[in-house]
Design a protein around this ligand. Structure first.
Ligand code: ADP
Ligand code: MG
Ligand code: MG
Length: 920
């Protein structure tokens, strides 16, 4: 028994034991450090504490049994390898403690460098550094101060430890350290950290320690192992920091993944002019072009690059500074890229001429670069087209379709906020909603500028070309509402000092007053003064047929063409468009639409046809009503002929009139005033009074849930019949002229099969009568947009040849909220709380509303095999929703013309399963 040892769970992995596919266990950073180690790249030795250790700790509140011993064992091995002991007073080993979850996550603890320094080992570090450093005889450069001594280096490292440890491990407010540092610089009469010498830094360490003790009630821990253990624990705890929790909820990252912790032997980029630190990309992450991209900062430790304390130099200059390291780095970059088969980004440090690799990962990139790189990698034989299709996504394509600012001139942004809703907007600055409405009514393009918006700003937001706020992020009111409207928005541009009463803001020392022109980029978040010229998207020009992918030398267009062609060849879903006019239909066809999934007929009752609609509504007897309908018939028929002709035999789904009729009448208040004024003048107001009475009669508390859709068709005799006749006659006319026509009549808002049966009986009679002997086939189907329809789809399918899911109404009615009211009122709060990861109007709520779709699809097809299924509404062009509709087995999605390419791309991606990396 004594000989038998229990095999304990393995919580710690040496870098040599891991690999890139172990991200779940080792986190992204740890898995890639292991991968580089195994590739033979020079990674400082270290080990990774697994996410499982973190999960166990978070579950019980204490480190799991065995973890401490395993850390000891790996630390001992590390010490042996380095020939130094952690925090040894004479020659200390120092380590960094780095968080690293599977997904990188804002709000999580970052890195603590220089763990292992204390009052004694700092002297040891200085002695070692001094002993082994060949001090340049005469530096003669600004680097001289920095390299000016091993003492300085050691004390600088120590003060950084107290600062980082205090801030990230013990929650000491970071500003206090910043203040103390500023104080030390002021005392020295400089603004440069590098001018502080060893004695100054010694003093600073004392000040830092006092700050630490004041906030924590204890001395700064001198025991190296205790420093390490506390830092590890702090990384674990940071998994549940509030910001991280909210972020996970929004991104639907499971809450129980936990984070790994990497413990890495320190290498020092701050040892003198022959040391430094930098970042590199294997291709240009902005354009995708091949070449050398990155920044280097001599004589610095990692966080200095990010903090922007000193100016970096372009990576190419490293060739001059240290050619050997440069060549070596380039060699590793090429190897990493071949190995990962993708753009990699890299963090590295050079310590006295020796290159160390500190991090790599598949790098982030712009939308354009994503397409270009995917195309290049296919050319290089590193990936196939299926994988290329998965390396891009519809969100990126959508970004590339917005017009862009032409920044080749000398436009410099004056502020950068958050790109909250994409697009390029130019206009005159206004500060109130009322003023926005006023100027817009005069035909001016305006940008509404607010500290933050609230529901009172809605009208101004509608009137404005773009919205600019100085507060709030991607889930602020401004951001959420703007995205819902498809309007450009930059939020949280906090460099703007906005004074609404004075109608002006100050930025970068300049005052911008009402009426001045600004340009805002909702993709990059950049704000420019003046009018930046806007150029159309090359990608749209390609879709429009203006750019030939075969002859252009635009790398992006070529790549988009190639990947889109593959998406089209791969997808199962057809893509249709929502188009109410022949012009929209024509554009959508150029964008690749294979039919119209939703042709609304409402607009056909507006303009100079309003008068006929009024006559229809006010009709006192059937004869008057029929007269009005008879007058509308030829107008409607002409509309449909135009659209059917444009679509030339592709299916065209026409929705019978849907909104409540009072929407076609003048608003109540306006009528009431008109009547009163006319009465005052003694004019004959019989007609207006009748109209007013009708509007009053039709007034609804909840028009969304009122007399609309099929209900209207059942209540107003002859209305639907007129439309059915117009559609069928138009189809017959087209066919007679040799243009094939394929109309589909769609009945809105059906909740019960009886409604549809009633409409259908009449429609079939009319169709048979009109079609006569000609070769025209008219389908009759329904929208599924009322929850009851989804739940009785089996019955409804008996009377429907197709279903089209109206997911906007289905979302409204399924959740029980009206879009117009809720988006401005509380969605921002729901997003902030993580109740929604994304607005359910932007992307279908697969669990709830999606379930209704699934049920209806299954039960509808069970009742009528081959039932044609589609979706219309903006969800049809939303990437995640397209994947969902693919999985449900719909036949097509339909979306606005501009979204058609996005839907094509995503439908292709949904149809292809790859094992490679995926761009979501
Ligand atoms: P982030 O996730 O924010 O990139 P890292 O863990 O990569 O945080 O650490 C930030 C920087 O700290 C690194 O880029 C590197 O420059 C520096 N760093 C981390 N570990 C070490 C180390 N062992 N030796 C030297 N520098 C390090
Ligand atoms: Mg980080
Ligand atoms: Mg890093």
């Amino acid at each position: 028994m004594a000989a038998q040892e229990t095999v304990e769970h393995k919580y710690v992995y040496d870098f040599a034991e891991g690999n890139k596919d172990l991200k779940d266990l080792l986190g992204g950073k740890g898995a890639n450090l292991a991968e580089m180690t195994n590739l033979g790249l020079p990674v400082p030795p270290g080990f990774t504490i697994t996410t499982e250790a973190c999960q166990a700790y978070l579950g019980t509140g204490t480190e799991p049994a065995g973890l401490a011993d395993q850390i000891t064992a790996h630390l001992t091995a590390l010490e042996r390898e380095m020939g130094r002991r952690l925090g040894d007073p004479d020659d200390p080993l120092l380590v960094s403690v780095r968080s690293g979850a599977k997904f990188s996550m804002p709000g999580m603890m970052e890195t603590v460098l220089n763990v292992g320094l204390n009052d004694r080992s700092v002297e040891g570090l200085a002695r070692q550094a001094g002993g082994s450093t060949d001090q340049p005889a005469s530096g003669g450069s600004t680097d001289q101060a920095a390299s000016g001594g091993a003492d300085r280096f050691a004390w600088d490292s120590y003060r950084r430890l107290i600062q980082m440890f205090g801030k990230t491990v013990c929650d000491v407010p970071g500003e206090e350290f910043e203040h103390a540092l500023d104080e030390a610089k002021r005392a020295k009469g400089t603004d440069l950290d590098l001018d502080l010498d060893a004695d100054d830094l010694r003093g600073l360490v004392d000040a830092y320690k006092k700050i630490f003790t004041k906030h924590t009630g204890r001395e700064f821990p001198q025991e190296p192992r205790e420093q390490l253990d506390l830092a590890v624990r702090a990384v674990f705890d940071s998994w549940n920091a509030e910001r991280a929790v909210v972020y996970r909820r929004q991104e639907r990252i499971p809450a129980d993944l936990g984070t790994a912790v990497n413990v890495v032997a320190m290498v020092f980029g701050n040892r003198g002019p022959d040391s430094g630190t930098g970042v590199a990309f294997t291709r240009d992450p902005a354009s995708g072009a091949q070449g050398i991209y990155g920044d280097y900062l001599a004589n610095a430790q990692g966080e200095d690059v990010v903090a922007g304390i000193r100016n970096t130099v372009p990576l190419q200059e490293l060739e001059r500074i240290d050619k050997d390291s440069y060549d070596e780095l380039l060699d590793y970059m090429a190897r990493l890229e071949r190995h990962y088969r993708d753009l990699c980004d890299i963090e590295f440090t050079i310590e006295r001429g020796k290159l160390w690799m500190l991090q790599t990962r598949v790098g982030k990139r712009t939308a354009a670069a994503a397409f270009v790189i995917a195309g290049q990698l296919v050319d290089e034989g590193l990936i196939d087209l299926d994988e290329a299709l998965h390396r891009v996504n519809g969100g990126q394509l959508a970004q590339l379709m917005f017009p862009r600012f032409q920044l080749d001139h000398d436009f410099q942004p004056v502020a950068t906020g958050i790109g909250a809703s994409p697009g390029a907007a130019v206009g005159k600055v206004v500060f109130t909603s009322a003023r926005a409405v006023e100027l817009a009514a005069e035909g001016e393009a305006v940008i509404l500028v607010r500290r933050e918006t609230n529901p009172d700003d809605l009208n101004g937001m509608i009137a404005a070309r773009g919205i600019l706020t100085s507060r709030g992020g991607k889930t602020s009111h401004a951001a959420v509402v703007a995205r819902g409207m498809g309007k450009t928005c930059v939020s949280g541009a906090d460099e703007l000092d906005i004074d609404v009463p004075k109608r002006r803001f100050v930025v970068a020392g300049r005052t911008v007053t009402e009426g001045d022109v600004v340009s805002i980029d909702g993709t990059t978040g950049k704000v420019y003064l003046g009018e930046v010229p806007v150029s159309p998207s090359e990608v749209v020009r390609y879709f429009e047929g203006e750019l030939d992918p075969a002859s252009t030398d635009d790398a992006l267009v070529k790549a988009v063409h190639r990947i889109m062609s593959h998406a089209d060849a791969s997808r199962r879903l057809a893509v249709r468009t929502n188009a109410d006019t022949a012009a929209d239909a024509a554009r959508a066809r150029r964008f690749g639409a294979e039919g119209i999934g939703l042709c609304r007929t409402e607009h056909m009752f507006l303009g100079d046809r309003r008068e006929l609609v009024e006559r229809l509504i006010l009709a006192r007897d059937p004869a008057e009503r029929e007269e009005a309908l008879a007058a509308l018939l030829p107008l409607q028929r002409a509309d449909f002929v135009e659209i059917l002709r444009e679509m030339n035999g592709l299916p065209v789904t026409v929705r019978l009139i849907d909104p409540p009729l009072h929407e076609f009448l003048p608003p109540l208040e306006q009528l009431a005033v008109n009547v009163a004024v006319a009465q005052e003048r003694g004019e004959d107001v019989a007609k207006e009074e009748a109209l007013l009475a009708a509007v009053r009669r039709m007034h609804e508390e909840n028009p969304m849930l009122g007399l609309r859709g099929v209900r209207l068709g059942l209540v107003i005799p002859g209305l639907f019949a007129m439309q059915v006749r117009a559609i069928t006659e138009a189809a017959v006319e087209c066919t007679r002229q040799g243009v094939p026509a394929c109309p589909e009549i769609m009945v809105p808002l059906v909740g019960a099969v009886q409604e549809l049966e009633t409409v259908r009986a009449e429609a079939e009679r009319i169709i048979a009568e009109v079609v006569g002997g000609s070769d025209v086939d008219v389908l009759i189907g329904t929208m599924i947009e009322v929850p009851r329809a989804a739940l009785t789809a089996g019955q409804i399918a008996e009377a429907a040849e197709f279903f089209s899911f109206g997911t906007n109404d289905l979302t409204q009615m399924g959740w029980g909220f009206s879009r117009d009211d809720v988006e401005g009122a509380f969605f921002w709060r729901y997003l902030e709380l993580g109740i929604f990861g994304i607005s359910p109007f932007e992307s279908i709520d697969a669990d709830g509303i999606g379930r209704l779709v699934r049920i209806a699809a299954e039960e509808g097809r069970a009742a009528r095999p081959g039932l044609k299924l589609g979706v219309c509404g903006e969800h049809g062009g939303d990437p995640d929703s397209v994947h969902f509709f693919h999985s449900v087995g719909l036949d097509y999605v339909s979306c606005s013309p501009f979204r058609v390419p996005v839907a094509r791309l995503e439908a292709g991606r949904a149809a292809i399963v790859t094992t490679g990396s995926d761009s979501r």
